[in-house]
Ligand binder design. Sequence first.
Ligand code: FE2
Length: 494
Amino acid sequence: MNAFPQTIHFIGSNTPRRLEISARNLEVEGEIPAEIDGAFFRAVPDNAHVPMFEDDIALNHDGMISRFHFENGAVDFDIRYVETDRYLAEKEARRALFGRYRNPFTDDPSVEGVDRTVSNTTPVWHAGRLFMTKEDGRGYEINPHTLETVGKWDYYGRLRSETFTAHPRVDAITGELFFFGYEAGGLCSLEIAYGIADAEGNLVSEQWFEQPYCATIHDFVITQKYAIWPIFPTTADLDRLKAGGAHWAHQQELESWLAIMPRYGKVEEMKWIKGPPGISAFHEVNAYDDGDLIHIDLCLTDTNAFSFMREAGGIERDQQSLQGALTRWTIDMSEPDPQIEERPLGPPGDLPRLADVDQGRPYNRAWYLSMNPQGGPPMPGGPVGINFNALMRIEPGNGRLSVMGVPPGAAISEPAHVPSSDPNHGGWLMSVVDIPNAPPGQGAPHDYASELWIIEADEVEKGPIAKVKTGLALRSQVHGSWVSRTKLEQSKVR
Ligand SMILES: [Fe+2]
């Protein structure tokens, strides 16, 4: 049998496409503002081979780097595989050799010891270099002009951590990149590495500490004063892995934690704050200092949003029954024993984005994706298996919300923000929207057309001002990044 399974990880916008293609001068409806000049890079999981196991999941699929390139109003599209060690080994063998998601004990013996990461989560631009990242390994550098894989990135041999988050935080003002790696010392290790790369891309600090249990830490935040890790009780277990089981199981009864370190401080100065049990968040929007207070805005749910992580922990909950909200946690650092104060900011959702300049600073707008129940049944696909169908703009200070829907049955991917040089203009968002070719309920789930929508960032309710038609059905992305022409011209790779 050499056919893909027909689960939520392989249907709808998760349908395997596996095409490395280039298309020039895409059709554009509307007008692309002249200031939009640069590249929108996206990380797209799309496995090159039929998986070894039927219960394979989208997070385990080979990473592809995709690019919409904008120049003088023309748009070109490219997508290529990230040539990880794993991709190259399987390409040579013409079949899958790596087994279950983050479980090396399920691999073909021929690839024992080969790096398993698939670089499928976030394209990260820093100090003239483009990386494709996934939290279970180190980043791979990509040539931003050709999309060729340059190789694994270890800061000129200085990086000790075996892993590098897919959610580093770049301070746009100082140019520094703040990152961490969990399971830094190896599979299921408790060690977390916290690193800082300066504006030139040199690793200037790397410190290690241990977390209370081996949790998945997908994202973290910085403020001007602190680096902060929210830790939620989805845990790994080496014995379970050796038995061929899941890497992650959510533990509904276990407490959560907030680990806080001065941004330029030492492990010895860390504060640990216990949080509510059972909760989960994969993405934080932003955090900032307000005198002695820290505000952390996060996409919080009452349990883990991934069904396979819940099921491994014995939790039976429908995806639709999950409760959550865009939530603000406030901590008073002047208290001897600081506690988390919680209040809702906005409707539930995920995949939050900021303007780059607002990173770690007080901010008055953000964007994220949510579900519009009036939008018809959601298209299957995306990392959790169900796509979003609404784009939200929120003002965290006053809760003001504006919403852009998509056509019935369509799906919207995480937007990127493109700043304007005009201080009175809020810039633009760009986001891939997958639109079914047939009326809802009538067509095949893999039959849709992918368009890139350009939206006024501060007027999302008005809908797109331009649509770039790919003429293709694109596989769902995870995260994306906008890289301006100025930055592309400063690329260290030619
Ligand atoms: Fe993420």
